[in-house]
Design a binder for this molecule. Structure first.
Ligand SMILES: C[S@@+](CC[C@H](N)C(=O)[O-])C[C@H]1O[C@@H](n2cnc3c(N)ncnc32)[C@H](O)[C@@H]1O
Length: 268
């Protein structure tokens, strides 16, 4: 496994939810508000994870059907157990070879996934393949280069101060294309038309330092994977470095926010 991806651990759904799912769940409705899809559509979702966006589509957009694709057995099982609904079917599969028929849906979507897919052009081609002519392809990813995930940026700033070699693992270094220009270019090169790219933001208030720190120790996702791989003494040093560097309010809360780029296009 390449050095940079060795901590991309997508197995334990509950650990993922405590780290990232709790925030991606809040972001999904904003994405749908911008997309404004009509009710009764057939959807394909790529990399549904523990079901943050799937749940929002079911709750807010009255879909006719959703095919929710996810390679991780652990994540898919958790999503499936939570979202037992006759409108959604969960399938094991990858973005580069979607287990869905050509022209079988009105809209193909993806939340916080595309940057992790090795062949992004293939993933977008697959999303175009499964939508009917005139259908939409839409996705969002974190604004990593712009420091859009403040809790992740704070983590890596402290981690690389103690361990400069960890710099190669930082998402802003790994995913430099996650800018408005980079993502618009990616979508247009994939043949999408009428491409738009908008910032979507959401507060991520942490109750206290433990609320911030504990999810990093659970190992689900790149930064937690790195954190969990550290020897106990090194992990303790990182914990204390973070404790002294975070912007903590007088009541002990840690006010932060996240920003994603939401991209949409039409496939003819
Ligand atoms: C940051 S999580 C996002 C999960 C969920 N969509 C959300 O918004 O919370 C990244 C997801 O991408 C999935 N993933 C990674 N590589 C993938 C690939 N090649 N094809 C499809 N999904 C992939 C992971 O299994 C994981 O569920």
């Amino acid at each position: 496994m390449p050095e940079q991806t060795r901590h991309d651990a997508w197995q334990a759904g509950d650990a993922y939810d405590r780290y990232m799912g709790r925030w991606s769940r809040r972001l999904a409705p904003h994405f749908l508000d911008r997309l404004k899809p009509e009710p009764g559509l057939d959807w394909v979702e790529v990399g549904c994870g523990t079901g943050a966006l799937t749940e929002a589509v079911l709750a807010r957009r009255a879909p006719h059907s959703i095919v929710a694709v996810e390679p991780s057995d652990g994540f898919r099982a958790l999503a499936e157990s939570r979202l037992a609904d006759s409108h959604v079917s969960f399938r094991k599969g990858s973005a580069e070879a979607l287990p869905a028929d050509s022209e079988s849906c009105d809209i193909a979507v993806s939340a916080l996934v595309l940057n992790f897919v090795p062949d992004r052009a293939k993933a977008l081609a697959e999303m175009r393949r499964v939508v009917r002519p005139g259908g939409r392809v839409a996705f969002y990813v974190w604004d990593y280069p712009g420091g859009g995930v403040q809790f992740m940026r704070a983590f890596w700033t402290a981690a690389t101060a103690l361990d400069p070699q960890a710099a190669d693992l930082k998402e802003d270094k790994r995913f430099p294309f996650c800018t408005a220009e980079g993502l618009t270019g990616l979508a247009e090169t994939a043949g999408l038309e009428e491409v738009t790219c908008e910032a979507v933001t959401e507060p991520t208030p942490f109750r206290d330092f433990d609320d911030f720190w504990q999810p990093f120790t659970l190992g689900a996702g790149p930064a937690p994977g790195y954190c969990a791989s550290l020897e106990p003494k090194a992990r303790e040093r990182l914990k204390e470095k973070l404790r002294e560097s975070l912007p903590t309010a007088p009541d002990g809360t840690i006010p932060m926010e996240v920003r994603a780029w939401a991209v949409t296009g039409v496939s003819h």
